[in-house]
Design a protein around this ligand. Structure first.
Ligand code: ADP
Ligand code: MG
Length: 452
């Protein structure tokens, strides 16, 4: 039976994009066949919803055609298996076997250079948090190798770095379909490098990256941390391209100097051009991103739901999009409209996982940083507004994000009475509801720093 599943998986794999297959089918485990159902084990409930909506017919059909004459069940019983979550994670992170690239015929037809067709400038929403990186990327796209070379884009997970580098590639190809563009992750570069060393193909590797490339788009360079030999190779690749005015774009999750165990000379190369960051987008941009996504997926999204979601998911655009899709799938499956109620319910179901180990101290520290006051002042009895306002904001965020009891919060804020805490939380809560701009702005900025 296990074998049957493996075989079916094989043909499913050839019918799906690699990304969809890896995301949705690879983590699933076959749990046997019961009287009238196939048992599939999944990492979480969302898999059941998503697979049912998109791949179930295909899976059942494939199973049936693989089984031939034996009648296969036409139903599925889902079994949650928490341990698969780690496996799914590990599968995503493990290095794929390095795929040696076949030498390309020249002259070549225009090709997509491994770019993701979805990531273009026209569906990237620009706001204050990513304006600079976007402008620099657009400039690279229209005039590669000139003004911003190299371009180094850094920022946290899910904030649009990969989207921007792909968009640069598309823009260049649009103007010059013959441009030889290489887009790849530093991880892939590493794998190919090692593979070519082991297989005596280092010359063709070097040719490909140094001589047959007009634009090098290298994603997630932090992967090279501590990999001396690959850094060495990349350094020479970089120089060869740079000296022939080829555009180089590099992304990273941190600022060049903060990449651990990275050669100084590479860091100084990265800093020699344009360094631009992407930050977590503020509220308006998050709303616009949701609306754009809804539009492209033909999801009907009302303003109030968009506002609610944008307020609830702050730190990461991928998470924001994921939440929207999850709600859309749920609405479709249950035949419900996408309204506030459904949004709240869906978020409530995922919220516990998002709650990382945030502490009162952390919130206090970030509030102090935001308002530029000292921790001692925050905990003092001073009533000056410059101190009391941040204090009330901090109490409010602690209460809402951590659910800490009023008496305990009183303690943690320098031994105050619990009624003081209650009135602070009420007061800020009232201002939030009244959409007071100063309060909303502060709460939003602080919560983004907290990564919620
Ligand atoms: P990173 O590479 O920084 O981890 P990605 O580029 O993969 O992030 O972005 C994660 C998801 O969020 C992608 O689907 C991307 O299209 C989307 N995204 C990020 N920023 C924006 C934006 N400003 N406008 C539209 N979509 C965005
Ligand atoms: Mg990325």
């Amino acid at each position: 039976m296990e074998q049957l599943w493996e075989q079916a998986l094989g043909s499913l794999k050839s019918n799906l994009s690699a990304e969809n297959f890896e995301t949705w089918l690879e983590p699933v485990q076959f749990g046997g066949i019961e009287s009238d159902s196939v048992v599939l084990r999944i990492p979480n409930q969302f898999f059941a919803e998503w697979i049912s909506a998109h791949y179930l017919d295909m899976i059942l059909e494939t199973l049936q055609s693989t089984a031939g004459d034996t009648a296969m069940p036409t139903k599925v019983r889902w079994e949650l298996d928490e341990t698969l979550r780690e496996k799914a994670q590990a599968a995503r992170e493990s290095t794929p076997p390095p795929a040696p690239r076949a030498p390309r015929a020249t002259p070549r037809a225009p090709e997509t250079a491994d770019l993701n067709p979805k990531y273009r400038f026209k569906n990237f929403v620009v706001g204050p948090a990513n304006q600079l990186a976007h402008a620099a990327s657009v400039a690279c796209g229209s005039d590669p190798g000139r003004r911003y070379n190299p371009l180094f884009i850094y920022g946290g997970v899910g904030l649009g770095k990969t989207h921007l580098v792909n968009a640069i590639g598309h823009a260049i190809l649009q103007r010059n379909p013959r441009a030889r563009i290489l887009y790849l992750s530093a991880e892939r570069f590493t794998n190919e490098f090692i593979w070519s060393l082991q297989n005596h193909e280092i010359n063709s590797f070097r040719n490909r990256y140094r001589s047959q490339c007009d634009v090098l788009l290298m994603d997630d360079i932090q992967f090279l941390a501590g990999r001396e030999q690959t850094q060495e190779e990349f350094f020479h690749t970089f120089n060869a391209l740079y000296h022939s005015d080829k555009q180089i774009v590099v992304t990273s999750d941190v600022y060049p100097q903060q990449i651990p165990e990275m050669q100084e000379r590479l860091i100084s190369r990265f800093q020699s051009g344009m360094v631009a960051d992407v930050q977590a987008p503020e509220l308006d941009t998050r709303i616009a991103i949701l609306q754009k996504k809804a539009e492209s997926e033909s999801i009907e999204l009302h303003g109030e739901v968009a506002l609610f979601l944008a307020q609830a998911v702050r730190s990461n655009v991928r998470e924001l999009e994921g939440t929207l899709l999850r709600i859309a799938v749920k609405a479709e499956l249950l035949g419900l409209p996408i309204d506030l109620e459904l949004a709240k319910e869906t978020l409530r179901a995922v919220a516990p996982n998002q709650d990382t180990a945030m502490t009162v101290e952390e919130i206090q520290r970030i509030v102090c940083g935001y308002f530029g006051i000292r921790l001692a002042d925050l905990k003092s009895r001073r009533r000056h507004r410059a101190v009391s306002f941040p204090r009330m904001i901090a109490m409010y965020i602690c209460r809402h994000r951590l659910g800490t009891s009023y008496p305990e919060l009183g303690e943690r804020f320098g031994g105050k009475d619990h009624t003081t805490v209650i009135s602070a939380v009420r007061k800020i809560g009232g201002l939030v509801e009244a959409q007071d701009e100063r309060v909303l702005g502060a709460v939003d900025a602080i919560e983004r720093k907290l990564g919620v």
